[in-house]
Design a protein around this ligand. Structure first.
Ligand code: GRF
Length: 202
């Protein structure tokens, strides 16, 4: 399958996907990595892997919709079967989300529906959670609200800092996202009528 990945930053999740593809675990190919930030380190990771990169800065556009339309045009040049959000720090318009309905995934560092939005680790600590984690979900117009495909849980220890907890979650992220992308590329995960169907047998 053809994959396009959107990033804004470090790109550790992107790297995990690149590694899994190079190891032959995912039957897919990343056709392009697109960033809204020119200095995103993930762009270097893509270049190292000989993947075409594009920078499309939201600052060059008057409003959200005109940016999203330009982004759609850029993405669609690569005809993706799957669009992967990997730390893409933008809220997407309904028009964009509907265009990629059922073929856009996001990874969010919380056990959704808990802690949508930002600063999830600190908020979980502040709330006295004993368990936290990460979710991979299909993207729907509600922010971090699309149906969850899979979650991975980690313990929260009483003396955890947000950084320590983030690192524990991150370790899970790096195996979880490639797993779901692998399933998607095998047609083993779909969204139908807003619900997820997974055939996750090994
Ligand atoms: C990750 O924490 C991911 O869960 C969230 O954004 C972060 C991206 O990190 N959606 P990276 O750019 O993949 O390193």
């Amino acid at each position: 399958k053809s994959i396009v990945v959107l990033i804004s930053g470090n790109g550790t999740n992107l790297q995990a996907l690149i590694d899994a593809i190079e190891a032959g675990q995912i039957k897919g190919r990343i056709r392009a990595v697109i960033s809204n930030q020119a200095d995103a380190f993930g762009l270097h990771r893509a270049q190292e892997a000989n993947i075409p990169t594009v920078v499309l800065s939201h600052r060059d556009f008057a409003d959200r919709l005109s940016y999203d339309l330009a982004l759609m045009e850029e993405i669609d040049r690569h005809q993706p079967d799957l669009l992967v959000l990997a730390g893409f720090m933008r809220i997407l318009s309904d028009r964009f989300v509907e265009h990629y309905g059922g073929r856009m995934l996001n990874i969010h560092p919380s056990l959704l529906p808990k802690y949508k939005g930002l600063n999830t680790h600190q908020r979980a600590i502040d709330a006295g959670e004993t368990e936290h984690g990460v979710s991979v979900h299909f993207v729907t117009p509600e922010l971090d609200g699309g149906p969850v495909i899979i979650q991975s849980r980690v313990p929260v220890f009483s003396d955890d800092t947000a950084e320590e907890l983030a690192a524990r979650v991150r370790e899970q992220e790096l195996s979880l996202y490639p797993l779901v992308v692998k399933w998607f590329c095998q047609d083993r995960v779909k969204m139908e009528n807003g619900e997820v169907q997974v055939d996750g047998k090994p």
